[in-house]
Write a protein that binds this ligand. Structure first.
Ligand SMILES: NC(=O)c1ccc[n+]([C@@H]2O[C@H](COP(=O)([O-])OP(=O)(O)OC[C@H]3O[C@@H](n4cnc5c(N)ncnc54)[C@H](OP(=O)(O)O)[C@@H]3O)[C@@H](O)[C@H]2O)c1
Length: 291
């Protein structure tokens, strides 16, 4: 079956990676548009097309599949602008890739005779490189009109991802899960780096030291699941060790204490669920983790 032609609107991190992969998968390129001509031109060059610009409707009108990969806040307005300028072909599929927003924000495309949906890849595309397919093996969630669902599923499968349907109303929670697992991991590691730095361990050593620990933890989660993968002083009930962490942090890095305590308070129930933490130790730990 021949592949539908596609347009990318928003040539940033995801738009660039998606365009590149669709091109490699044999999808015909209708063109690319972005806010700045330089971004559109950069991606157009990669996709070997002369159809690029800053007026997306001039590009999208020739596409069967339109990806709106602008920042979340711009998607609805960009879609409306394209619709107002007659930029959606009848029966075209319009997909945005926001994790938190549903296809309801593409109402203007529906009114213009297109089908609307969202297709969110659960992946962090920062630093996507040519030759590396960051869609391979990942989860892509889809929701929207049946035609848009079918297109989203086809794209996901062609790029090597697996797909699942997500409820439009549940997207914010689903996206909060992705933010917790990916973005907050960065925040947590930044905290770990600060603690190491205060202990005289520089950033390079810190990274080299922490990475095997992180990979080991991930492997344990993969093989044993949560909460069995939990190790460390809370799982063991080493109250005095946690006390030492808190008093040293209060003296040297007090700004980190509230987050450490909050995470600790959420870790105690996991340690109890894993088994091995006595009720007495759990109570003492919860007392330490009080605000
Ligand atoms: N990055 C990820 O890992 C990831 C993962 C899953 C989903 N997503 C979703 O993908 C979408 C894009 O995210 P991103 O991280 O790729 O953002 P990004 O790197 O900031 O790229 C967004 C691009 O949109 C362009 N843009 C901004 N306003 C525009 C407008 N009014 N009209 C046309 N183009 C406009 C920008 O253009 P110029 O460069 O031309 O100024 C920028 O290059 C978001 O909905 C996000 O939730 C991202």
């Amino acid at each position: 079956m021949s592949k539908p032609s596609f347009a990318i609107v928003g040539c940033g991190t995801l738009g660039t990676a998606l365009g590149r992969l669709l091109f490699q998968a044999g999808y015909p390129v209708a063109g690319v548009a972005s806010r700045s001509l330089s971004s559109a031109e950069r991606v157009a060059r990669e996709l070997e097309t002369d159809a690029y610009g800053t007026s997306p409707w001039e590009i999208t009108k020739n596409a069967s599949l339109v990806f709106l990969t602008t920042p979340d806040d711009a998607v609805e307005g960009v879609c409306r602008k394209i619709a107002e300028n007659g930029g959606f072909a009848k029966g075209a599929v319009v997909l945005h890739s926001s994790g938190a927003l549903s296809s309801a924000i593409l109402e203007s495309a529906r009114k213009a005779g297109a089908f609307a949906g969202s297709m969110h890849p659960m992946q962090s595309f920062a630093g996507a490189r040519p030759g590396v397919n960051l869609f391979s093996g990942i989860l892509v969630t889809v929701e929207g009109d049946p035609e848009a669902l079918a297109a989203g599923r086809m794209v996901a499968a062609d790029l090597g991802a697996f797909h699942a349907r997500v409820n439009a109303e549940a997207k914010a929670l689903y996206h909060a899960a992705a933010v917790t697992a990916s973005n907050y991991l960065v925040t947590l590691l930044s905290m770990a780096f600060s603690l190491n730095e205060a202990a005289g361990i520089d950033a390079e050593q810190s990274l080299r030291g922490l990475l095997p620990l992180i990979h080991g933890t991930l492997a344990n989660i993969e093989s044993k699941g949560i909460p069995a993968a939990l190790t460390g002083p809370i799982a063991r009930g080493d109250v005095a060790t946690v006390e030492r962490h808190l008093s040293e942090m209060a003296a040297r890095l007090p700004a980190l204490v509230p987050l450490y305590k909050r995470l600790g308070a959420h870790t105690v129930p996991l340690a109890k669920a894993k088994g091995g933490l006595t009720e007495e130790a759990a109570e003492k730990l919860m007392e330490l983790f009080k605000d």
